[in-house]
Design a protein around this ligand. Structure first.
Ligand SMILES: [Zn+2]
Length: 171
């Protein structure tokens, strides 16, 4: 357990590091929702000492561990830095290390890895997802902490606003 004396930084503390962190956690959160994995919370208000942010989602059954891997690698896919297969168990990037553990524990093949990362990359690339990513990152910077239902509402609203803007352009 962490010390209860630890206090999260106040809203307004945000630096460029926080903006990077907001984009990072937004990618994890959106990937989970796109794969129908319910989010419990997303935050960038230093939930634990030494941890800038995190996304907590429902536990996944073993047969859905590819989704966990895809959620972990989503920020890398958004920034076009998908790690090569096989993933290193010695990676100092926590997400890549966790993904490597999953790939190792489930004896994931390269084809399965390509499949998982391609599915989530394509979902993240569509226009509605790009709008949702921006909206989620902005909301994280504003509030620091978002509950799962807030994450879902922000994604739905951003996707709808994106579609409405498209419809107006077409008419
Ligand atoms: Zn991460």
């Amino acid at each position: 357990m962490f010390s209860s004396a630890y206090v999260s930084p106040p809203v307004g503390f945000w630096t460029s590091l926080a903006r990077t962190e907001a984009n990072h956690e937004a990618a994890h959160a959106l990937a989970a929702e796109l794969l129908s994995v319910p989010i419990i919370e997303a935050r960038i208000d230093q939930p634990e000492p030494g941890v800038l942010g995190h996304v907590v989602h429902d536990k996944l059954p073993p047969e859905a561990s590819w989704k966990h891997l895809a959620i972990l690698l989503a920020p890398h896919l958004v920034t076009d830095r998908c790690p090569e297969f096989p993933l290193s168990l010695h990676s100092d990037d926590h997400d890549v290390f966790m993904a490597a553990c999953i790939a190792y524990e489930t004896s994931m093949t390269e084809a399965e890895y390509d499949n998982a990362t391609n599915i989530i990359r394509e979902l993240l690339e569509i226009g509605t997802s790009q709008s949702a990513l921006k909206a989620l990152a902005s909301a994280l910077l504003e509030h620091g902490l978002l509950q799962g239902d807030e994450v879902r509402r922000i994604i739905r609203d951003a996707e709808q606003a994106h579609r409405n803007a498209r419809k107006q352009e077409a008419s």
